[in-house]
Design a protein around this ligand. Structure first.
Ligand code: SAM
Length: 237
């Protein structure tokens, strides 16, 4: 896994900007993931090569589109830590908050962070729409990220509240997300966001193309938002 990741980082043009130990650390994270996946549902990908490419390198590609050095990021619906924990390994000065509604996954993330000796990682067991009401979380982060969590229309209400004005929400999506983005235009605007750019990238060593939607936070979160999950689903913005 380590060699594959190192080669992929090279192809992404990232070798010079990530720590020398990043490929080894990402590979160790990948091995811990596959080991735990035998007893806990963490990922549908079951081979090392797939983990290296479709998890680690997919997340690493974000480094081409945002500067995370010394910044704060909350990864909403982080699951097994994607993209948040992978980004932390690639940019040690990034302070990362990993948030998920499933306590077992959060406990495992804390174990992994400890095993890898990572500092500046906090894993929180909470629902995104509830935690966003907490002081120190609302309008507070340089970045919010989310991969494979919800439709952008709903996801905007879950993620944009965390981002400070001047910060960014990074939504990792498929290249078929065109109609989804159109359908989310009002929600993004209402939640104080403005789409800056949509970028498609191919994951090294694959013919898989993914998309990242970069949303600037341009206005503070309105009082009363995010709403309760039932309401978000029933009456999407
Ligand atoms: N982001 C990871 C990835 O790309 O591999 C995990 C994706 S997994 C399909 C979606 C995750 O989002 C699950 O772990 C789930 O518990 C979490 N999730 C969904 N809705 C959530 C919410 N409202 N608040 C917190 N976590 C949520």
């Amino acid at each position: 896994m380590e060699a594959l990741i190192a080669q992929g980082l090279e192809e992404l043009g990232l070798t010079a900007q990530v720590p020398a130990q990043a490929p080894a650390q990402l590979a160790e994270y990948g091995r811990l993931l596959l080991e735990k996946n035998q007893v806990m549902n963490l990922t549908a990908i079951r081979e090392e090569d797939g983990v290296a490419r479709l998890h680690m390198l997919d997340c690493a590609a974000l480094l081409r589109y945002a500067d995370f050095q010394g910044k704060t990021l909350i990864d909403v619906g982080t699951g097994a830590g994607f993209p948040g924990l992978a980004l932390k390994i690639l940019v040690p000065s990034l302070k990362v908050t990993l948030l998920d509604a499933l306590g077992k996954r959060v406990n495992w993330l804390n174990e992994v962070a400890q095993r890898l000796g990572l500092e500046g990682v906090e894993a929180i067991h909470a629902r995104a729409e509830e935690q966003a009401q907490v002081k120190g979380f609302r309008d507070s982060f340089d970045f919010a990220s989310a991969r494979a969590v919800a439709d952008l229309r709903l996801l905007s209400e879950l993620c944009l509240p965390y981002v400070k004005v001047g910060g960014q929400f990074l939504a990792m999506k498929s290249v078929e997300s065109g109609p989804e983005l159109e359908g989310a235009a009002h929600a993004v605007k209402f939640m104080g966001g403005r789409v800056r750019e949509t970028v498609d990238y191919t994951i090294p060593g694959t013919d898989v193309t993914h998309r990242v939607v970069l949303v600037d936070k341009v206005a503070p979160t309105l009082k009363g938002y995010p709403r309760r999950w039932a309401k978000i689903q029933k009456e999407p913005l």
